[in-house]
Design a protein around this ligand. Sequence first.
Ligand SMILES: [Zn+2]
Length: 1016
Amino acid sequence: MAGPGPSGLEVLLSTLQDASDSESTLNILNVLDELLSAGTDRRIHYMIKKGGSEALLRTLVNTGCSPSPSSTILVPLLHLLTKVGHRDKKIGHKAEKAGAVLLLLDLLRQSLSDVKMAVACLWLLRVYASCVSTAALLGKNGALEVQFMLIAPHTKKHTRMVKAAIDALAALLNSKWNCRRAVSQGYVSSLLNMYEDWHSNDAENKHIPIRRALLHCLRHLTNLPAGRRALEQDGGMEILFRTTQACLASRGLESLAKSATQIMRKCYPKQPLPLRSDRSTYSFPLPGCPTLNPESAPTSEDDNLEEESDEEDTEIDDLDREEDDDLETDLTKLRTRPEPDRPLEELGQYARLCPELHYDFQDLDSDPDGEESSDEDGFLYGDAGPGPRFFSGGRREDQRSPGSKPVSENQGDPGGEGSGPSQAGSSGGPEPQLNPRDFHSQYLSSGTAGHEIPSMIERLLEKHRGCIPSHDPRIYTSTAANTKSIAGYSVLAFPDFWGHLPPPYRQPMAQRRQGVQRSKVFEDIQRLLSPADVVDKVVFDLEAPSSQDTVEDSDSLRFYSKFESGNLRKAIQVRSYEYDMILNSDVNCSHYHHWFYFEVSGMKAGVPYRFNIINCEKANSQFNYGMQPVLYSVREALEGNPHWVRAGSDICYYKNHFSQSSLPGRGQKGRTYYTLTFSVTFQHSEDVCYLAYHYPYTYSALQMQLQCLQRTLDPLKVFFQQQTLCETLAGNPCPIITITAQPPSRSWNHLHQFRNRPCVLLTARVHPGESNASWVMKGTLEFLCSSHPVAESLRDAYIFKIIPMLNPDGVINGTHRCSLSGEDLNRQWMKPDLKLSPTIYHAKGFLYYLNSIGRTPLVFCDYHGHSRKKNVFLYGCSIKETFWQSGSTVNTVALKEDPGYRTLPKILDKIAPAFAFQSCSFLVEKSRASTARVVVWREMGVVRSYTMESTYCGCDQGLYKGLQIGTQELEEMGSKLCQGLLALKRNSLLYSKLIIPAPAPGELSDNRLDHKPNSI
Ligand SMILES: [Zn+2]
């Protein structure tokens, strides 16, 4: 013992071990106990440091080994050891070393009739067992059996000892060896019976701790598969379910209900999804990839899924650690531009996508009233005011300009794809009332039926005319006829055809009912307990369409999803008013179940129907935080309320008992699924309704919108050109739009200004499930083409290049994240494959081209949707912020970085109600190296390169705080982004100076934020 000599405590401890008579031992123990009782934990830790545990253990061995150990000394000694050992992480090992483990077990065996002594032993034993190896040592020497002897069914005597024994048993079960032994001894059944006994005899709830401790033991035992099996076989689910129901009725028993529910969820036997294969129903042969065998998909694909994170889906709060590891801190990777991924000669093909540079504007001189041919339709549709233009009642042929190819093609093919809705009601004859049910069955079965245009639908469309701005059901039908889908859709979803208007009210976040998740889980457990009550009837199956026939005349709901953007693979009726639904994987994939959009009919009004989507994959969801799915009622639409509205109650999202079958040889655990459950009470009986994850926006809707836009804009003011970037894998054209102001004349000055406007490139919907991005894009397009003075200034200031849908095939076929190649297109930007990712290949090629002619965009923004966050925000790229955030020691002072990337988000924070600057991030992550944002920033040198993320849920700040987001707010965001770009124009001097010395004094008025390193 070095230092200034032993402390008082050390002297006491050493005297304790040397004490020869029980009186002095007892005295020292009392002194020590008083010392520790008076002080804080620090005294105990000090004592442990000074060898207190060892000294007490030695005293225990000395006393315990004496021929007739005195409980007068042992009881206080055991108490003191328990107190100290509780804080000493190594108490088990120290006790083993001192030979005090089995000694304690012997003492316990000898004092079974001495309650005081037994309790003291049990407490210390519990402390020992906190070391797993000590617990195992005790177990191997019969400790489990000793405890078990002391645990009794309900009794009024010695409850303290019973409680101590159960607690000690629970601690012993920390060891797997003990668990296995306990299970094999049949303890699961005994503990269950004891739990039930205590439960039923403890009417006054005086023994909650004992009941809780019994559940604690069961929780340990059911960590083993054998334990779970035993619990199920011994009727444990039933016992726990019954007792928990009773617990829910009394206050103060929450902890029991919670613990029992956890056990039940764990023990619910895992089941594979009722599917033949996890692979998507749809597959698509890929060019140059003949070997892609569905069953030989790489295992790693599945392994990675848990880690799979969206550009927008990483929960930064939860993943701080990983986030930091993911930050790119290799300066060469951040700063060096790689060589172009293709020969420069290839870029010439993109010159055609800059029509503004080549257009000769002959028409500007010849006839001031002249129109470009593409705008003729606008005149056919009447006046050119800002209001909507719809079908005017004549025959369709009269409505179309000869140049409008898709439409005229459709004329010759009245019964072809996409013409379904036109035949609706064809059998109705003169009947004036259109029943949604009739409408539905008509257009479902109208593949070849109607050749005449039914007068009823004509009248309806006539009534409908003018109802929804920039929507035209007839144009929709004709564009949809040209849309190529894998399944060859022949039916249109009514909402897409008829159109959607935002409801005249805003919808708050849904309030979560207390205990809703537990009640849903209980309903699930009841299926297991009362299998006879489960209907288990397949009412819809994409792969077996005949399953629907059995439903026609029954009381079951009818489902349908074979239409553009539809996603529902299978629906199974579980109970009278409850359905399990399975979503389809992305094409050529076995996962990404997230997006849904389906039709439901045959309902009774006023009855809550429970829908469970049982193969969700993400670990959490905004459905737990106020978000509702969206619903569209055909009857309401026909009555003048064509709205997608947020609907559904009792919504929650939780892990369920389904799991992916782990394939033999893969050696991986089957992935577990999550259930999204919600209940819908329909307003009308026999209505036809649609339910979706979010407001749908199809590819055909985009095509229709572009046609409508072209009709409404003033061609004298707006230079608007729609071209095709390329064809997708399925052969659908991917549109690219140029919007800018027409030059006032052909004079050199005007044309020079016209052609030298800086360029802004906007893209959207690379992820098909993110339909919110399309609504934002719709707002952008409409605003840019409008007569709003800001829009006019914007067109004067910039040339907008817009690719509104980077993944048309995904959108059409109802996938959530991928294209037909089964790949996430927003991970392909680094080296896009011409054949597999043509839209990305050519979008990047176009950017290379702009770069090569010195017209690198001032701003690039890719619109996305975010499933786990609220508000709208931007992700940008900053080397400095990435280094700061990563805690890198690299000196960034000398590093020059244009702080301009912060300007646009700050402007938006001020002018866009849904936007939140505090949610923005400017970090460059390794895992995002191949996203549009990072590649355009790094390879093209675009400082203002962004991902714009729009919530699916709603806002928790600003004007829309507490509200769910609607299409109106999304569209508004699209127009606000444009307005933000005008404010950016004031800084246009910065344009083309990609790296300037920081700070930039002219950077708007609020550059105080520009250099705040970690304001996010
Ligand atoms: Zn996305």
